[in-house]
Write a protein that binds this ligand. Sequence first.
Ligand SMILES: NC(=O)c1ccc[n+]([C@@H]2O[C@H](COP(=O)([O-])OP(=O)(O)OC[C@H]3O[C@@H](n4cnc5c(N)ncnc54)[C@H](OP(=O)(O)O)[C@@H]3O)[C@@H](O)[C@H]2O)c1
Length: 412
Amino acid sequence: MTQTTETATQEVDIVPVGQVPPLGVVPKKMHAWVIRPERFGEPTKSFQTEEMPVWDIGPDEVIVQVMAAGINYNAIWAGLGEPVNILKSHGLDFHIAGSDASGVVWKVGSAVRNWKVGDEVVLHCNHLVEAGVSDLQTIWGYETPDGSFAQFTRAQAQQLLPKPKDLTWEDAASYGLTYFTAHRMLIDRAEIQPGEDVLVWGGGGGLGVFAIQLCKAAGARAIAVVSSDEKAKLAMELGAHGVINRKDFPNLQYRPPETPEQTKARFQDMKAFGKKIWEILGEKKSVEVVFEHVGQRTFPASVWLASKYGRIVICGATTGYELTFDVRHLWMQQKRIIGSHFADADSSQRANRLVQQGLVRPVMTKLFTWDEIANAHQEMYENKLHGTVSALVGAPKPGLKNYEETLEAMKG
Ligand SMILES: NC(=O)c1ccc[n+]([C@@H]2O[C@H](COP(=O)([O-])OP(=O)(O)OC[C@H]3O[C@@H](n4cnc5c(N)ncnc54)[C@H](OP(=O)(O)O)[C@@H]3O)[C@@H](O)[C@H]2O)c1
């Protein structure tokens, strides 16, 4: 697809949601879900639709017509104004959230060489503070104001990845943040090897569904921990070697402060949990890698359950950041704790190729419409969602996979 001179010179004020202007014509304004400090609060209060000017871009940036956007918890934090007022990081008095998207490149900056108008893309959310300096990263759509809950988003060209052709817009928008994080944790940081065994906490959650698939793709065996039969079924379908329902081991959870009796009960459940792992593996063997993001409740068990020389890789702490564990188990058995945070352009590209090759697939559990974007975040805030979730933005209906099909659907 190429931009024609005729369309590039047209002027458009704004188009309705579910319609697009001619390819490459950037309207003056766009519809967007906007957060403002005066309405900080729960998502149904903080998210409101407004008409906003479309972004100007710099030489290394692009405008993408968003077809679908992934729903992530960081937009809820942005709307709450907690734990930090994220608008202070970019200095504007409004914020458009959204750190996952699929769409069509609509305009490119003067220095962009690898992408052109009409390219179908997904975006990773690692936004470089200084182009070329990979360790100075901010999260696009969280620490930057120009995220994907709008008809048009602004991004750095280095954030673009080819959209896997076989996926719908909504599936393609659903996986970036969680999948690229899991990929970074297991492949780049823990460096899982064929034949290794990996304990995956939250095997039915956003990170976990990808951790299981990555283990399989790497020739490792995932033991998924879940809390329901539904999630156990999903984990096995995704290629887990076995599952453990954590509800069978209620005392394993660390809840400080503990009485001596509670500590004893916890160790008994940890041992029983370890035996369950042996049962699944068919031998008295520990897991070489533990995939951690639960934090305080599970971390002592994670350190204890990892094998000699084992690795505990961690990117988050859903149940609390203050981690307490018996460090003797770490030093005596020479285990390692490895921190990991999102991903960079290189690892996102390698991860995306596995999706393009069909070795990893998105697991979208619920799809919302444009009008439901505030409610989608409210449901996530109220813990009513699981897996990965996305919303239609520019795509007029679900199931569309490319721009041609989308234009046809818009006519109908
Ligand atoms: N640093 C980064 O770049 C980065 C990126 C993405 C996510 N994160 C963080 O990683 C964490 C997980 O993200 P996510 O998207 O996977 O969230 P999610 O979809 O909500 O899944 C979290 C999973 O954790 C499990 N869990 C919750 N409480 C637990 C407990 N007490 N014991 C054991 N398991 C428990 C749940 O599984 P069951 O109830 O089925 O066991 C749930 O499926 C979050 O804290 C998030 O902020 C960090």
